[in-house]
Every structure is written in C-alpha cells, then in structure tokens.
Design a protein around this ligand. Structure first.
Ligand code: FAD
Length: 303
C-alpha cells in the first residue's frame, strides 16, 4: 500500500457537535447518534446554543443528560445574544455547578437573523472576547472559540478578523474551532496567517458532512463559506437521488479529512447535524475504532 493510502490511525482526536433536539423524536435520534459515536472516544462533544439563546433550557438539558448518562466530556456553547452580562454569568455558574468545565464561547448572530448587523445590548458582552474574560473571572474553564478561514462575513478584512481571534486568545481561549470550509488550501493559508499573528492555540478544522447539498449551499452563503465549483459539480443532477448523493458526500468528506491529515492535521471537529452514519464512517477511515460495542443493534447485525 502506498504511503498516501496508509491509515492515519494513531494520534487522531475527534470531537462531535450536536444541536439540542426540539421534539421527543429528535431527542431519540440524537441519543441514537450519541450512542453510536461515543465508543469512538471523542475528546469532547459540544452542544450548540440556539439563535438568541432560544435553546437555553434544551441545551442545558442535553448537557446534563450527557453528564449523567455517559462518560463523555461535554462542552456547552454559549452566546452573548440578548442577555445581560449578569444573566450570561449566571448561566455559566449553573453549568459549572452541574460539572461543566468546557465552553464554546461565542458572540452569536443578530436576533434579526444571520447576516444582519449585530447590535450588542448595552448591559451585555459585546463579543466573544469579552465573554471569555467574564468566564475566566468565574472559573478556570477550558474555552473553545470560533475561527473563520474565509473570515467572518462582518469582518472588513482578515487583519480585523485575526485581531479579534488574538483578543479571544489573550483573554483565555484555549482552542479555536473553524467554520466549515471545503478547500483545504484556504484552511492552510488561514492557519499560516494566524501563526504569523502570534496565535499558537490549536486551530481545529470544523468538518461538515454534506448530508443535503442544497441546505449546505444555502447555509454556506449566509456564513461566508465558499462552495468551490468542482464540489458543486459533484452533486450536480443528484437532487432526486439520495443514495448516490450520500456516497458522493462520504467520498468527498473522506478525501477532505485524509488530505488534512497529510497536511499534518490530527484534530477534527465534526458538525454531526445529530446524525451518526457519515461521521462514523469518516472516523473509521481516519483509523478510529470503537472501544466497546457501538450498540446492541450493531452487535446483533454483526452476529
Ligand atoms: P466573535 O468572535 O465575537 O466575532 C466574529 C467576527 O466578527 C470577528 O472575527 C470580527 O471579524 C467581527 N467582529 C466582532 N466584533 C467586532 C468589532 N467590535 N469590530 C470589528 N469586527 C468585529 N451560533 C449560535 O448562535 N450558536 C452556537 O452554538 C454557535 N456555535 C458555533 C460554533 C462554531 C465552531 C462556529 C465557527 C460558529 C458558531 N456559531 C454559533 C455561529 C456564530 O455565533 C456566528 O458566526 C456569529 O456571527 C459570530 O459569533 P463569534 O463568536 O464567532 O463572534
């Protein structure tokens, strides 16, 4: 087997991102996915915080359940949107008291929607850098933050964007997780820029498996992640062909992460969309193996 096809296997760290479910059915789907992915031994699993804090209780509930029912390490996403500093600090303290030691600290988007100008509350944290300083004043947490290989859409230029990342690190951020991207050259150039700015925390690529190309394209536009023409071409004409779409998605995702490993990347953060199938396959390709039976269902199928 050539070097290029060798399994990366050891030294790979993964983390998985979930969103808090809205309905009982969605909750079941989420927990099936957690059960399937947990044996892969993720470094941590994070749970998002809905726009404008709309999922505050549901995020908290999901995090609590992860703490109670699994041995996984949860990371709670938290934004500054539409909350005073005191309110946000109280949420942080509540999490700390339930055993949470890791946050993904974010500013969040305008309540008027993604892409609309963000207006901070007069008594609130103005951005993630300020939020991190507030968290650090409460306890010695592990704090992950966002990073934008194609720059944040509100940023006038890369220098401004990276300057804010530097402020987040100076205030205590320990890891950056990137917005998803599809062109690894873009990621590599971004990491070089970040290092030149004197930022040395891990910059972990955020990987989105393309379950639904139309949805991902729509979301990409809103958050400033480019879809290369060659990638769009791969999904061309597959709108009604779910099976082929999912094979193409798996092939592309495998290609992307394996190329990143060849560029020296060993940590990956997967935006799971609460689905395990594609992420499980990609982790398998990365050389990760379940440390215990993935689930009773999988055992039965294997027998
Ligand atoms: P910040 O890091 O505070 O700022 C983002 C950028 O905006 C900066 O890089 C800078 O370029 C610009 N900017 C901010 N303030 C200023 C200023 N004063 N002057 C000039 N430029 C400025 N959203 C959710 O609602 N819930 C989630 O759970 C969630 N999880 C996420 C997880 C990850 C890994 C990522 C990458 C994004 C996530 N988001 C989430 C989306 C995020 O909330 C949006 O991208 C939001 O617009 C910016 O939040 P932030 O923390 O990146 O902001």
């Amino acid at each position: 087997m050539s070097q290029i096809n060798a399994l990366p296997a050891s030294g790979i760290n993964v983390s998985f991102e979930f969103f808090p479910p809205k309905t009982d059915r969605m909750e079941e789907t989420l927990w099936r996915s957690i059960e399937r992915l947990a044996p892969l031994g993720p470094h941590f699993v994070s749970v998002t915080y809905g726009a404008g804090g709309s999922t505050r209780e549901r995020t908290h509930h999901t995090i609590e359940r992860i703490l109670k029912e699994t041995s996984l390490t949860p990371a709670a996403h938290l934004t500054c949107v539409d909350a005073s500093r005191e309110e946000v600090d109280e949420v942080v303290r509540q999490y700390r008291d339930t055993g949470v030691k890791h946050f993904v600290a974010l500013r969040g988007d305008s309540q008027d929607g993604v892409g609309q100008a963000y207006v901070p509350r007069a008594d609130g944290y103005r951005n993630a850098a300020e939020l991190i300083a507030g968290m650090r004043a409460i306890d010695d947490f592990e704090i992950s933050v966002s990073a934008y290989p194609e720059k944040h859409p509100e940023s006038p230029d890369f220098a401004t964007d990276i300057d804010l990342l530097k402020r987040k690190v100076d205030n205590g951020a320990t890891r950056a997780i990137t917005q998803f991207f599809f062109d690894n050259e873009v990621f590599e150039r971004y990491v070089e820029r970040v290092r030149r700015a004197g930022i040395y925390i891990p910059i972990v690529p955020g990987i989105v498996p393309i379950h639904d190309f139309t949805k991902v394209s729509r979301f990409s536009k809103a958050c400033g992640a480019a879809i290369p023409a060659w990638l769009a071409e791969r999904f061309e004409g597959l709108e009604e062909d779910e099976q082929t779409r999912s094979h193409v998605a798996a092939a592309f995702c495998a290609e992307q992460v394996l190329d990143l490993t060849r560029r020296g990347i060993s940590d990956f953060h997967f935006y799971t969309m609460n689905r395990a199938d594609l992420v499980y396959s990609i982790c398998h390709i990365l050389g990760l193996r379940a440390r215990q039976p993935a689930s009773a269902g999988a055992e039965a199928a294997a027998a």
